[in-house]
Design a protein. Sequence first.
Length: 98
Amino acid sequence: MTDEGLFIPYDLLRRRCGEPMESTEAEELLDTVGLQALGEQWLLRTEGDAWVPVGIQEFSREAVTVAPRLDDRAVAKAPDLTATVMLSLPTDRLRSAE
């Protein structure tokens, strides 16, 4: 919140997603951003510094859980789609694939 009483919106990954605004505008923006994040393609940086495609499975205030996604280029090497990774927030290991 600013000194002027406006809200600065931050998404569930703790990234700033707009300029200071009224609370109702911020809530609407965050609802939209949150739903979009679940449908987006994401990349997870592995321990070996490779980026692998993942999808967000679950958010909480402290963490995000992701699971591997099939990559069109690597169907023959399909990952274990039941494996999940929980990342504490904030994290620099997750970025949008776009």
